[in-house]
Design a protein around this ligand. Structure first.
Ligand code: HEC
Length: 149
């Protein structure tokens, strides 16, 4: 009996702990998309702040990629919360869905505006700073309201 209890505990730890989020679950999928969004937006911000060399082509492609990505995480927040303890989403995501969707739309509008700014040739980093700031502010606004830490 004791041994059985122990093995159940071990099993539970194996399933829930140590980065054990199923990559195909809604939680796993949205977290993977958010990570890609972070990578792309850091590269774009880095190019404007001088951390990375500004490359026109790379910026245009990155902005388009980010715009595509920002349209995709929201579908992986199911109507009813289903995730484990590794989610950083606050309960508010489900309690205030209209507000969450509103911030998701603000996000999409900001990346669309960034893409529009990259259509102006020749591309000048100075002209991209404000639209990029708006993108970063959109990430931050939602995290402050809906992400636990
Ligand atoms: C409308 C709300 C919203 C917007 C906009 C948003 N996020 Fe998030 N983000 C969340 C929530 C909620 C989580 C927690 C998801 C979870 O753990 O289940 C999260 C998690 C993340 C994570 C952690 C993923 C992980 O591995 O656990 C990263 C990184 C991230 N977001 C980056 C970004 C970036 C970069 C942007 C802007 C380009 C952005 N987010 C815009 C709501 C948002």
């Amino acid at each position: 009996m004791k041994l059985k209890t122990l093995s159940l505990v071990v099993l539970a730890l194996a399933v829930s702990g140590c980065g054990g989020v199923d990559p195909n679950s809604p939680q796993g999928q949205r977290q993977s998309i958010f990570k890609q969004m972070l990578k792309v937006s850091e590269d774009l911000g880095g190019m404007l702040r001088g951390r990375l060399a500004f490359k026109e082509q790379a910026f245009v492609e990155g902005a388009a990629k980010l715009d595509q990505l920002t349209r995709t995480p929201w579908q992986h927040f199911p109507q009813v919360r289903d995730d484990g303890d590794e989610s950083r989403a606050k309960d508010d995501v489900w309690q205030r869905q209209a507000r969450f969707q509103e911030l998701a739309q603000t996000m999409e509008a900001s990346t669309a505006a960034l893409v529009a700014a990259t259509a102006v040739q020749p591309l000048k980093p100075e002209a991209l700073t404000a639209p990029m700031q708006r993108v970063e502010d959109s990430c931050k606004a939602c995290h402050e309201e809906f992400r636990a830490f």
